[in-house]
Design a protein around this ligand. Structure first.
Ligand code: IPE
Ligand code: IPE
Ligand code: MG
Length: 245
């Protein structure tokens, strides 16, 4: 099964998730298997990110959130972090320019203030330039952690209360969600994790409360568009109950 276009009959019969999250994991192991440095795995992973993002946009996904760098990934050796930051810069310059041609709106979720000035400037430029786009929203999770995001949101609300603009009893779940990086966006329906690990690793903790998880024993650089098709097929077979019957 391959989804060639929006008109593809087979896909029309499936339930297409509105919002997909992907934990892009397994780059290091991919490189190790090839006796290459981990940075080569990240390069292959970044290239695949480009392919899969385009594909999601083409088949009509409305929101895609990809986990590129977690708040815990700073714990890696400095040379690996450095290689990742260089790669981000390169990709923001190249791939994101392509995404603009494809009408993809790029947003960043996470504390990007921790990145070097040059990268921050690029992030700002990409967000500005793509803010007029009307197609798929691509959330790039960089220096993102679900706990940090929730803490930041709680702090923002607490500041409103301290300033006398809000009362604690005004806070609702819907209202709180507006303080998250994804405020205004629908929750993820499907979260995909390749690499064989079956855990959330601090990704979309609040938003993923009722997401369907699909795991693959495939390393991210090897994850193909046909695997994404398979994830959507599996998702289609799931019965979502949201606590009901
Ligand atoms: C995911 O691949 C990329 C990042 C976390 C930045 P890993 O680097 O975690 O790859 P493995 O899990 O070590 O194989
Ligand atoms: C999750 O992968 C973070 C990203 C893919 C960016 P990790 O490789 O960092 O997660 P753990 O350490 O296996 O939980
Ligand atoms: Mg990993």
């Amino acid at each position: 099964m391959a989804f060639q276009s929006k008109e593809d009959g087979e896909r029309a019969a499936l339930r297409l998730p509105v919002h997909i999250g992907i934990i892009m994991d397994g780059n290091g192991r991919w490189a190790k298997r090839r006796f290459l440095p981990r940075s080569a795995g990240h390069r292959a992973g970044a290239s695949n990110f480009r392919t899969i993002t385009r594909y999601c946009s083409q088949i009509g996904i409305k929101y895609l959130t990809v986990y590129a760098f977690s708040t815990e990934n700073w714990n890696r050796p400095a040379d690996e972090v450095g290689a990742l930051l260089r790669l981000f810069k390169e990709y923001l310059e190249e791939a994101l320019r392509d995404f603009m041609d494809e009408n993809i709106r790029v947003r960043f979720i996470g504390d990007v203030s921790a990145f070097p000035e040059e990268l921050r400037q690029l992030i700002h430029e990409v967000e500005e330039a793509s803010s007029v786009k009307t197609g798929m929203v691509l959330n790039l999770a960089m220096n993102y952690g679900g706990r940090a995001e929730i803490t930041r949101a709680a702090r923002a609300f607490a500041q409103e209360v301290a300033a006398g603009r809000r009362r604690p009893e005004d806070l609702t779940e819907e209202g709180f969600a507006q303080y998250l990086y994804t405020g205004g966006q629908p929750d993820p329906d499907l979260i995909i994790r390749p690499s064989g690990e079956e855990r959330q690793s601090n990704f979309l903790l609040w938003q993923g409360a009722y997401a369907e998880f699909v795991y693959f024993d495939i390393l991210w650089p090897d994850f193909k568009t046909s695997d994404l098709d398979e994830a959507i097929r599996i998702y289609s077979t799931r019965q979502r109950r949201f606590g009901g019957v």
